[in-house]
Design a protein around this ligand. Sequence first.
Ligand code: CMC
Length: 395
Amino acid sequence: TGKFTYDPGFLSTASCNSAITYIDGDKGELLYRGYPIEQLAVNCDFLETCHLLLYGELPNSDQKSEFVNRVTHHTMVNEQMHFFLRGFRRDAHPMAVMTGLVGALSAFYHDSTDINNPEHRDIAAIRLIAKMPTLVSMAYKYSVGQPFIYPKNDLSYAGNFMRMMFATPCEDFHVSPVIERALDRIFILHADHEQNASTSTVRLCGSSGTNPFAAIAAGVACLWGPAHGGANEAALNMLEDIQRRGGVEKIGEFITQVKDKNSGIKLMGFGHRVYKNYDPRAKLMRETCHEVLNELGLHNDPLFKLAMALEKIALEDDYFVARKLYPNVDFYSGIVQRAIGIPVSLFTAIFALARTVGWIAQLNEMIADPEYKIGRPRQLFSGAAPRQVKPIGER
Ligand code: CMC
């Protein structure tokens, strides 16, 4: 066996060369194409960030208008997708629906199916970025039994998404600029995060030369899990659970349970494979949380107070200090989304919407890399030694 390096969970394996996202986990730094996330979150919008991730540079104003025009040109989905969606149960989890819908896009766009053709890959990227808000809001509208709202291209990316989510044919919907900006920031903070589980899934899936939409659907499926994108939903459920048990006063009891390894309970929204310091996205998200709650007159929101108290207690506790466990992006994002009116079950779908650009940028980078090969890990075999098959009567 000594031929292969055994590295379960890829703790020390670099699977690729990448020039997209840089993380210094000890310092708590995150950069997209060299730009600190704190500067992008304040100075840029999500579509500028998409341009940066996809093409390597922030757009100037002409490039931005061209990019926005290209994206908005593709915001609608084929009408047949509505019928496909209607095949799901209305109480299906939105991530189950999204895995299906994104995979189904491969059946519609025959001019963007060849992953080895740069033009196909580019048009697939634009289509995916354009259509994800439409698909997520369709999944939501279907679950609540309301008619689908078509995209409106003179709105911002986040503003259009909010309208497709919350407008109805009988009443239009106006979103406050603070909320629109907050949602846009959520998208920016989730846009890429180097070789995490879902991105590695997309790369591995795409390495077989599959259809780009199918590769992204694989990423959606991977993101669903509670150890990855599902953590935002799990973190909010956890906060609600502590609130039901009695709120801030019960934090100590809860932390004791978390520290007991037999309880199987983790502090959701805490800990990260790479960050051994404060996740910079969590800081920005906490700031956004303040802004959104103030805008909505919810500054006394008990869950936010609970989250801040829980964070403070955990950061001072020996268990968390010794293991360098800090809040991650998901700790506060659920509170922001819930305040905006987004149902908890949709949180991970919104993460998928935002991460789509990262997935496709990473996929494109891989295919364009002359060293790229189909991903094919080896194993250390631990099964039976060779043996003879006996006739069924002798087994
Ligand atoms: N609560 C309690 N203990 C924890 C937690 C937590 N959230 N996270 C890690 N630990 C403990 C873990 O039990 C282990 O303890 P010990 O050394 O005594 O065995 C130690 O800390 C190291 O943890 P690990 O499981 O070896 O770390 P990992 O890199 O394999 O896992 C993680 C990283 C994110 C899966 C994990 O921290 C976790 O499950 N966190 C909760 C879920 C979560 O918030 N996920 C979102 C991640 S950020 C968004 C995204 O990427 O999708």
